[in-house]
Write a new protein. Sequence first.
Length: 168
Amino acid sequence: MFDISFGEILLIGIVALVVLGPERLPTVARTLGALVARAQRFVASVKADIHQQANLSGLDGLRNDIQDAASSFKAQMEAEVQGVRQEMAAQSAQLQQLSAEAKAPLEEAAHTIHGGLDLQPAPAPAVSAVVEEKSVPEAPPRDENQLDLFDDMPPASGQTSTPSHPHA
């Protein structure tokens, strides 16, 4: 720091011993050491404060940079979303227009084909309130190529059926 060599420190010590004497030299050296230590602590404290402020301002700057980047990104994404919504609305309108254009010839053709016919459905006949008794369903017609798997079974209750061909 001061660029003092060992020889120079020794010379200062000898001069101090001659001037102050051996009795007061230890007290002065102790006081001088305490003052130097206090000065070093003060300098270290000031350095730490300066570094802390520099770091805080750097972190504040970094935080501001990150917030600016985030807000810029958010604005950009909102602009993109808005653009996509506008494009979707335009495509939807175009699709509806094309749909209307496609329906026009079909409606014209339907009008031409039906020509003025009344296309309303005929009224349904009134259903009678009387419910008929359940009837026994008729057996389906017999196919000669069908295997007779159920000929040996007795007829169901209420039904009388005879096999179409007797067993041999």
